[in-house]
Design a protein around this ligand. Sequence first.
Ligand code: XMP
Length: 318
Amino acid sequence: TWNMGSFAKEKIEDIRKQVGDRKVLCGVSGGVDSSVVAALLHEALPKEQLVCVFVDQGLLRKDEAEQVQNMFKLLDMNLITIDAKEEFLTALAGVTDPETKRKTIGEKFIEVFDKEASKHTDVSFLAQGTLYTDVIESVSVKGPSKTIKSHHNVGGLPDWMTFELVEPLREIFKDEVRKLGLELGLPKDMIGRHPFPGPGLAIRVMGEVNEEALRLLRESDAIMQEELKATGYYDKVWQAFTVLLNVQSVGVMGDNRTYDNTVCIRMVESVDGMTATFAHIPHDILENMSRRIINEIDGINRVVYDISSKPPATIEWE
Ligand code: XMP
């Protein structure tokens, strides 16, 4: 077992050696990985050498964009927020195929990010929170040379981008990233956050991504998270989220017949995200989540629980 203290020091030294007195652009998402990368860089370099860029794709959960901005303010780091909500939704209109969705978001992200980056002519490096898991999953094969899922945050730099990459987490797993974050003094609740995929809520909407689908997903996710935290189960599971199925079903509400959407609750236990089992959550907690989601959200009349493990299912639905 290695000593995280010395690992942090070693990474900071590596960054200083690689970067020197040049500038680094760091893409941040509010997630643990990119926050830890930003914190490492913040520790290693003078403030003016680090510019963090947050692209708001409009695919985040409820209140998440504000939380990201607040955290970076608190840490006294340079943060540029790009509001690209419209642009992403427009690009995603009519897209239903999971890989096309990921590709569309990945390309749009690069485009928006590059437009911002090109304004910073004095920047030489781009920092990313690529994990070992991302690296493996992007090269692993299922059938003849087919990637399982394209992770848009791995090696996604087109040739014409001239940045050198800084990827200090490339050799480590999630639990080690968390230890590193604590070591660097990041807030505990930030470190304890569940993983959230780069393509965001888009890959949790089955079918086309639009404002209405995102609303149903945001509201159901917020209720589910609230119940999970209130019962102390948030820290016991690796990840928990809701998925909006493109399935309508019949229900009754008072004297009326409804024909509304279905939400699936997905909760898993895992060590590194490579394998996972569905979380054995007490039924009364699931019952509360279900009742609240159906009662409080207009447009949802059915909630189901995903009891698949990985493999053969994946954690996300797309
Ligand atoms: P899967 O669905 O492949 O997910 O079992 C494994 C873990 O990776 C997360 N995930 C992503 N993370 N960019 C990310 O940063 C992505 O494109 C992406 N796709 C999946 C997923 O949430 C789970 O924790």
